[in-house]
Design a protein around this ligand. Structure first.
Ligand SMILES: Cc1cc2nc3c(=O)[nH]c(=O)nc-3n(C[C@H](O)[C@H](O)[C@H](O)COP(=O)(O)OP(=O)(O)OC[C@H]3O[C@@H](n4cnc5c(N)ncnc54)[C@H](O)[C@@H]3O)c2cc1C
Length: 401
C-alpha cells in the first residue's frame, strides 16, 4: 500500500488533524501540490515559497522529506493507492485529483466550526451573514485540543521528485511566509494587552501593521489554523478579559467560515458572473480600458489608486481598501467583477478562493449583501484617510494634499 499525504492549503505541522490521521498509516510520504504561479505577483510568490520552504525544513527535522507534484499534473499520482489531505471547499483547487482513481481521505479542518457543529444542515445555511452569525453565537464552541507534535510513520511507499524551492525572490515585506512566522505573529498579537482589546476601533486602519490581526496570509495557506487562533483568543480573554473587540475577532472568523460553507452549498455559482444571487449585470462598453486603469492604479480616484499601488507593491490591501476598490470597479466603473476577483487572487498574499469570491460577489451585488451598497469613495477617503497620509504613502504623485 502506498500512501501519500498531500499538502495544499495546510502548510503546517502543528494542530493538523489530517496529519493526525496520517499517523495511523504504517508508511507514508509527504508531498506538496505545487501551485501554478506564472500569473502571480512577486509578493505572493515569495510568501508561498517561504511557506513551502519552512514546511520542508520542519519535516526534515522529523526525518521526512517533502516531495512535490504539480497541481495540474494529472499523471502525478499514478501508482499511489491512497491520498490523505485536508478537505477542500471549492472545485478549483487540486485539478490533479480529477483524474485520480485511488482512495482519497479528506479531513475537514479549515474552518473554525465543523460542518457537524452547525446548528442546521448545509442545505439550510442562511442566505445572508447576520442570521448565520446569530445562530452561531448560540453554539457553544469547544476548542479542539491543540496538538503541537505528532509521531509520524516511517517514510516509504512512493517514488516522487523532491521539493526544491528555487524561486525565492527578495521582496521587502513585513509578511514572512511559513508556520514559524505565523506562530510568531499569533504569539506577538496576543501577548500585547492593547491589541485584541482595541481591535474593534482599530480594524479599519490602513497604515499601522497592528491595526488588524494580519493573520489572513498564514490562515489562507494553512500555516496556522483557525482553531489555534481561537485557542489563543480564549486564553487572551481569560488573562485580560473579553470585550466587544475580542469578540469581533471571532466575528470576523465567522465571516470566513460563512464563505467556506456558502461555497460548499452553492458550488461553482461563486465563480459565476451572476453570482449566488443569479443577478444579471450590465457592463461599461469600455470595460477593458477601465480595468487596465484600475489595475495600474490610474483611475481618477487617489484613494483607489493608493490601495491598488499597495496591492501591486506588497501583495496586501486592508479590508477597507478592498471594499472600496472592489465597489469602485464593479459599481462605478461597471467592469466584470470576475476580472477584479482574479486580479486579487493572483496578487493578494492571503488569496483564499472562498473569501475572495464571496466578498467580491457581495460588493458586486450578486452575492449575499442584502443591501447591495455602492461605496462613496470621497466619503470613505474623508473618514479613513482624513489627513491623506495613506494616499501620500502609496501614491505620492497623485496625492492632492
Ligand atoms: C473584495 C474583497 C476580497 C477579499 N479577499 C480575501 C481573500 O482572498 N482572502 C482573505 O483571507 N480575505 C479576503 N477578504 C477579507 C478581508 O479583507 C481579509 O480577510 C482581511 O483584510 C485580512 O486582514 P486581517 O487578517 O488583518 O483581518 P482581521 O480584520 O484581523 O480579521 C481576522 C480574520 O478574520 C477573517 N476575515 C476578516 N474579514 C473577513 C471577510 N470580510 N471575509 C472573510 N474573512 C474575513 C480573516 O481570516 C482575518 O484574518 C476580502 C475582502 C474583500 C472586500
Amino acid at each position: 500500500m502506498s500512501t501519500l499525504y498531500l499538502f495544499n492549503r495546510d502548510l503546517r505541522l502543528k494542530d493538523n488533524k489530517a496529519l493526525e490521521r496520517a499517523c495511523e498509516e504504517e508508511l507514508i510520504n509527504f508531498a506538496i501540490a505545487i501551485k501554478e504561479t506564472k500569473d502571480w505577483g512577486e509578493s505572493k510568490k515569495q510568501f508561498y515559497f517561504e511557506s513551502v520552504e519552512n514546511l520542508k525544513n520542519n519535516l526534515n527535522k522529523l526525518g521526512h522529506e517533502l516531495y512535490q507534484v504539480h497541481e495540474n499534473d494529472f499523471k502525478a499520482l499514478e501508482g499511489i493507492d491512497r491520498v490523505i489531505m485536508t478537505k477542500n471547499y471549492n472545485s478549483k483547487e487540486l485539478p490533479l485529483l480529477n483524474s485520480y482513481t485511488g482512495e482519497v481521505i479528506e479531513v475537514e479542518q479549515s474552518t473554525l466550526f465543523s460542518i457537524e457543529e452547525l446548528p442546521f444542515s448545509l442545505k439550510n445555511l442562511p442566505q445572508t451573514f447576520t442570521p448565520f452569525r446569530h445562530k452561531m453565537d448560540k453554539v457553544k464552541k469547544i476548542p479542539c485540543e491543540l496538538k503541537s507534535q505528532y509521531s509520524l510513520p516511517k517514510r516509504g511507499g512512493v517514488n516522487l521528485s523532491l521539493c526544491s524551492v528555487s524561486e525565492l525572490s527578495e521582496v521587502n515585506t513585513k509578511f514572512k511566509g511559513g508556520e514559524d512566522a505565523g506562530q510568531a505573529r499569533l504569539n506577538y498579537y496576543f501577548s500585547k494587552k492593547d491589541l485584541a482589546s482595541h481591535y474593534f476601533e482599530t480594524r479599519n486602519g490602513m497604515l499601522d501593521f497592528d491595526d488588524s490581526t494580519k493573520f489572513s496570509p498564514w490562515l489562507s495557506w494553512g500555516c496556522i489554523s483557525a482553531n489555534t487562533i481561537y485557542h489563543k483568543l480564549k486564553n487572551y480573554e481569560k488573562e485580560y478579559g473579553a470585550n466587544k473587540s475580542s469578540y469581533w475577532i471571532f466575528f470576523e472568523l465567522l465571516w470566513r467560515d460563512y464563505f467556506k460553507f456558502l461555497s460548499l452549498q452553492k458550488g461553482d455559482l461563486i465563480f459565476d458572473l451572476k453570482g449566488t444571487a443569479r443577478r444579471e449585470l450590465e457592463f461599461h462598453p469600455d470595460q477593458d480600458q477601465l480595468f487596465k486603469q484600475w489595475k495600474e492604479a490610474k483611475t481618477e480616484e487617489d484613494f483607489v489608486n493608493a490601495n491598488m499601488n499597495e496591492l501591486n507593491e506588497n501583495g496586501w490591501m486592508s479590508n477597507r481598501g478592498r471594499q472600496n476598490v472592489a465597489s469602485f470597479l464593479a459599481k462605478t466603473y461597471k467592469v466584470n467583477w470576475l476580472w477584479g476577483a482574479k486580479y486579487f487572487e493572483n496578487h493578494l498574499i492571503d488569496a483564499d478562493l472562498e473569501s475572495n469570491q464571496g466578498n467580491w460577489g457581495y460588493l458586486a451585488g450578486v452575492g449575499v449583501d442584502p443591501r447591495d451598497r455602492k461605496f462613496n469613495i470621497e466619503r470613505q477617503q474623508s473618514i479613513y484617510d482624513p489627513e491623506g497620509e495613506y494616499i501620500k504613502k502609496y501614491s505620492p504623485k497623485n496625492a492632492c494634499l
